[in-house]
Design a protein around this ligand. Structure first.
Ligand code: ATP
Length: 328
């Protein structure tokens, strides 16, 4: 093995830079050349890339975003796109490609695989933590702290005005961020896709705990953390419907992309460094179509094809506890 490529794809996540750095420094230790593709798979298809030397990754470990830029790439969903991606990898004489992204990005790698003679390895980089084969994904820990900081601030104003707030957090179709940030913020109620869909007809399920808390506990504020995609019409519609039912105004706050940015926290930098380094080491050992993940603090290889099976569950203990205290 002489030359490898690396790219960041899908939603950017704090710690992607730390991972690129680890890939480049580890590759240098094995005397491998590295090229970095810009804008995810788009850079691969467009042959938009740069050589990455250790000096290019100096002092990037502390920065959010990704020096390579990230993007979604429609062309890769087609056979022609996958064939073209493999052709570019061959043309640039790349023996392997490291894909830092979520399970969608890994499906992209699987699409390229039948046309490519080299090795493909994934590293889980997404704030959503919705990737099987790793306890945590790069960016998740930072996203929780970012959300937490925002919810703590919302709590101050909610307390001052004795308001009910709905705070929508990211997570695509998983409730990892909502559950973790909601628990850490002491939210009164948490709504995650894993708890089952909430339709307009089932609003009473959400109303009762609010009324209960206000009457019995004299709560001066009430915070409901809502994972995105939990309610038809979105969280603003949910706030409006709850307002109508309760006869008191419920405010919605959509945290949005703020959760994707910021300095990566220590845990993300460490995970990114470990998994980026491990991915390169395992490529040298011949790994192919695997993801470098971490389970029980051990770096492990996990089949790329299984990373999107959604077998990993949000913490059932915390789910039970949260539901119990919300209804007590
Ligand atoms: P995140 O969930 O954090 O946004 P992700 O990697 O899951 O990250 P996606 O948008 O699902 O994000 O995928 C990123 C890119 O991977 C897509 O834009 C596309 O280029 C490629 N990709 C995803 N799924 C496929 C697929 N089935 N076939 C080919 N390419 C795919």
């Amino acid at each position: 093995m002489k030359r490898i490529g690396v790219l960041t794809s899908g939603g950017d996540a704090p710690g992607m830079n730390a991972c690129i750095r680890a890939v480049v420094l580890t590759a240098a230790a094995y005397n491998l050349d590295v090229v970095g593709f810009h804008h995810g798979y788009n850079g691969l298809l467009d042959e938009d890339y740069q050589t990455l030397l250790p000096q290019h990754v100096q002092h990037i470990i502390q920065h959010g975003g990704t020096i390579l830029k990230s993007a979604r790439c429609k062309a890769l969903y087609t056979d022609a796109g996958a064939v073209q991606a493999a052709q570019v990898l061959h043309k640039l004489q790349l023996d392997a490609l490291v894909i830092i992204g979520g399970d969608g990005s890994f499906r992209g790698a699987l699409a390229i695989a039948p046309h490519y003679h080299g090795q493909l390895i994934g590293v889980p980089g997404t704030i959503d933590n919705d990737v099987d084969g790793t306890d945590f994904t790069i960016g998740f820990a930072t996203a929780i702290d970012t959300a937490l900081d925002a919810i703590d601030k919302i709590r101050d104003t909610a307390d001052a005005f004795e308001r009910i707030f709905l705070v929508e957090l990211m997570g695509r179709h998983s409730g990892y961020i909502a559950l973790s940030a909601g628990i850490a913020a002491g939210a009164e109620q948490i709504i995650c896709p894993e708890f089952g869909p909430v339709s307009k007809a089932q609003l009473t399920k959400l109303l009762a705990p609010i009324q209960h808390a206000q009457l019995l506990r004299g709560k001066s504020s009430y915070i409901m953390v809502v994972a995105e995609n939990s309610y038809p019409g979105g969280t603003i519609a949910l706030a409006e419907d709850l307002s109508a039912e309760l006869g008191t105004e419920c405010r919605a706050c959509i945290l949005g992309h703020i959760q994707r940015g910021g300095k990566p926290v220590g845990a993300d930098r460490i995970l990114a460094t470990k998994l980026g380094a491990y991915a390169v080491e395992q490529l040298v050992n011949g790994a192919h179509l695997m993801m470098a993940g971490e389970l029980n603090q051990q770096a492990v290889l996990y089949p790329l094809a299984q990373t999107g099976e959604r077998t990993k569950q949000i913490d059932p203990y915390l789910v039970r506890w949260q539901q119990q205290i919300a209804s007590d």
